[in-house]
Design a binder for this molecule. Structure first.
Ligand code: ITT
Length: 182
């Protein structure tokens, strides 16, 4: 028989859910998926966007949920696309980003995981520094073919252990520690 879900990941993006599920499985937390396009506020703060999304998700489903808001922050572009990462990926995509860059290719991925239930609202942040590759390398979703984490020569799309080092892993590890002791 299926063990019932401990909590639900609310997102329009199944890729994010599959990675989060894989990571939380390793901490013994059983994560369900509620696929939903949540309203997002426009803000320069991932944290504020995440809080808004989490409240919105809880009021929609009335179950303990987590949501995630991510951004890819590129040094040479003063942090762009940051909170606009989803929109920028859908518009100019990886090729558009590669066309904007010269020698300074430093970047970081940030993930905010926000948990919400009837009484609790709590956020957890994970950051991973790296750089943008010169060309697209490997095939996977989003910015994976152009993001090379520090201490690696390969992009997220080419490495096998993304879920053991990613911004998502770091935020979910903090979340798990808190969740299992709350
Ligand atoms: P929801 O808001 O519905 O959860 P979304 O895809 O719009 O889904 P975000 O607002 O957090 O999610 O957008 C962040 C974007 O950054 C996402 O759409 C991807 O293009 C990109 N992204 C985030 N994490 C990534 C990862 O691990 N690998 C590749 N791209 C990533």
């Amino acid at each position: 028989m299926h063990k019932s879900f401990d909590l639900f990941f609310v997102s329009s993006n199944a890729n994010k859910y599959h990675e989060a599920k894989n990571i939380l499985d390793s901490f013994g937390i059983n994560l369900g998926f509620l696929k939903s396009d949540l309203d997002e506020i426009q803000s320069n703060s991932l944290h504020d966007i995440a809080i808004f999304k989490a409240k919105n998700a809880f009021s929609k489903f009335k179950k303990p949920i987590i949501i995630e808001d991510d951004g890819l922050f590129i040094d040479n572009l003063h942090g762009f696309p940051g909170p606009y990462s989803s929109y920028v990926f859908k518009t100019i995509g990886n090729k558009g980003i590669l066309n904007l860059l010269n020698n300074n290719r430093k970047a970081k991925f940030v993930s905010i995981i926000t948990y919400c239930d009837k009484t609790i609202l709590e956020s957890f942040e994970g950051k991973l520094c790296g750089k943008i590759s010169k060309t697209e390398q490997g095939k996977n979703w989003g910015y994976d073919p152009i993001f090379i984490p520090n201490n690696s020569k390969k992009t997220f799309a080419e490495i096998k252990n993304k879920n053991e080092i990613s911004h998502r892993y770091k935020a979910l590890k903090k979340f798990s520690k808190w969740y299992l002791h709350k």
